[in-house]
Design a protein around this ligand. Structure first.
Ligand code: G4P
Length: 524
């Protein structure tokens, strides 16, 4: 591998932002892109969200709801790093795509609203990151407003999420009295609402403000210094290794909207964020980013970004080597080789053609039905398969039928393709073979309905059967169909494995008591 390629790969930092809706993900993304020079106007991303941006390329449903259904990828350069931000659908109705996006990143940035603390969606996404053991960086946002006490927020991180934390900086005051942040890591104070050349104040060897400044006389400063002393004495110690293993989250305070603390965050983040990480194959070998041969896996397939063209785009995380347009690749599943002539790169939703991309990058390949989620593609002659992407336990279910029975063939074809694409999960009842669909978020059903109509010309009837607890069975051979009941429905999944759909926790416990020999398990 050439020294230049090696350097290019080691410059990559690929992450996703995880947060609950309204915590400030869009605002933060925008500021980061702005610092990276990727957008000239810091209002571009928000303008898109609020519908002031050209939405012609986006699915009808996205326009109707004014939200981003689809994750995109944004790229910019900063301090010799090339940063890839993978967007995660941020609406309450997030979907399996959001989870799967987290399979393609090397670290995550968790944004928390200082007034709200840890919210439901943050917790779910956090768990997926934790399962992968990737580093998680925390940004506590909206300090320009009154929020919870910083110590309380730190405690919440440890208690609710069960991760240890290290405060990289600490707020001095809050809301109207927000004076700035005490930057423990860079040994300085960063002032809020001030001229650029006065922004940073130095600290002396005792960690006190080294210059005469009116801030020193405020109770907010005294309070912050007390807190810092407490953190120094009783808090976790800083450990680069533990951050790397995802055991310790560095915590930053700031305000994305007023662009305060964002640049400091970005610079410190880039110091510690991991370079592209190796991946395991099913054969249990390790593929390193600096391996010569190109390889990657597909973590997401998105249909009809442009409804005028019935194209699909397969998103590929490059694991090793370099991708070049026009190169020959082999799809491991089918062992078929072909030349890739069309590939796209994404920047804040404007697609441009990519000619070269390297390990750590995400590219989109035009797809006419060749790829499936989880597929491995390789550049060399030797094919292998990356470890399977996890399947996520759905929580919502509907029974679905075609409104017009004459359309049954299209109906089944549409379902088969959308299930294969990973848009929705498929189950069928025993004997009657009714089709039941499962999803992580409600939005997946809406997307399904919309796509069945537009792409397969089938109107579907969906009867909600509510939320259920889905459990797979370790010892399938011991399952009897008589165990199925109205509150513990036995169905088959798309691989013909048995799955119990329990009405609620109570129904599951009752089943467990009655059938102690049946070993249930959940997916992620
Ligand atoms: P999201 O993508 O996580 O859903 O959040 P988004 O960035 O859209 O932010 C949600 C709301 O919070 C927005 O207000 C945004 O302006 C506000 N916000 C983000 N960061 C900060 C911050 O640091 N301080 C304060 N005070 N507010 C912040 P909105 O009224 O819903 O939208 P808009 O009218 O500003 O577009």
């Amino acid at each position: 591998m050439s020294a230049k390629l090696e350097q290019d790969i080691l410059a990559r930092r690929t992450f996703a932002i995880i947060s609950h809706p309204d915590a400030g993900k869009t605002t933060m993304t925008e500021k980061l892109l702005y610092f990276g020079g990727a957008i000239r106007d810091a209002g571009t991303v928000k303008a898109k969200k609020s519908g002031k941006f050209a939405t012609s390329d986006w699915m009808e449903i996205e326009k109707q709801r004014g939200i981003s259904v689809t994750s995109s990828v944004m790229q910019f350069d900063y301090n010799d790093c090339r940063v890839n931000i993978l967007d995660t659908p941020g609406h309450q109705d997030f979907s399996e795509d959001t989870y799967r996006t987290l399979m393609a990143v090397d670290s995550a940035v968790m944004i928390i609203d200082a007034a709200k603390g840890i919210e439901a969606q943050t917790l779910k996404l956090f768990k997926v990151c934790r399962m992968r053991g990737i580093p998680i960086f925390t940004f506590i946002n909206k300090l320009d407003r009154q929020g919870k006490e910083p110590l309380e927020l730190m405690e919440e991180l440890e208690e609710v999420l069960g991760i240890e934390s290290y405060a990289m900086n600490w707020p001095i005051g809050m809301g109207k009295e927000f004076l700035g942040i005490y930057d423990r890591y860079n040994s300085r104070i960063e002032q809020f609402r001030t001229e650029e050349d006065e922004r940073f104040l130095p600290l002396d060897e005792n960690g006190e403000l080294a210059v005469d400044h009116e801030m020193k006389k405020t109770s907010y400063y005294t309070q912050a210094m007390d807190d810092i002393m407490l953190l120094n004495e009783a808090g976790n110690s800083f450990s680069k290794e533990r951050i790397k293993r995802g055991e310790l989250t560095p915590v930053f305070f700031g305000s994305a909207l007023t662009n305060f603390g964002v640049q400091t965050f970005l610079e410190t983040y880039l110091e510690f964020a991991p370079t592209p990480q190796p991946r395991l194959t099913e054969e249990e070998t390790i593929v390193e980013p600096l391996d010569q041969e190109f390889s990657g896996f597909i973590f997401k397939i998105q249909a009809n970004m442009n409804p005028a063209h019935r194209d699909r785009i397969a998103f590929v995380r490059i694991v090793s080597g370099m991708f070049e347009r026009g190169m020959n690749i082999t799809l491991s599943r089918t062992k078929k080789s072909f030349k890739v002539t069309q590939s796209t790169q994404f920047l804040a939703d404007d697609r441009e053609t990519v000619d070269v991309a390297v390990a750590g990058d995400i590219i989109g390949l035009y797809d006419t039905g060749t790829y499936q989620i989880g597929d491995t593609i390789v550049g060399g002659k030797k094919t292998f398969q990356f470890e399977k992407l996890p399947q996520f336990t759905p929580e919502l279910f509907v029974r679905v039928t075609a409104k017009n029975v004459m359309k049954s063939k299209h109906f089944h074809k549409g379902i088969e393709q959308l299930v294969q694409e990973g848009a929705i999960q498929y189950y069928k009842t025993l004997h009657t073979e009714d089709v039941i669909l499962g999803a992580v978020g409600q939005l997946q059903f809406e997307v399904f309905e919309n796509r069945m109509k537009n792409e397969y010309n089938v109107d579907v009837h969906m009867e909600p059967i509510g939320s259920k607890i889905a459990r797979w069975i370790e010892n399938e051979e011991d399952v009897k169909e008589s165990m199925s009941g109205p509150r513990s429905m036995l169905v088959h999944d798309r691989f013909n494995n048995y799955v119990f759909l329990f009405e609620n926790e109570f129904a599951m416990r009752w089943f467990n008591d009655k059938n102690p020999d049946i070993r249930l398990y959940s997916l992620l």
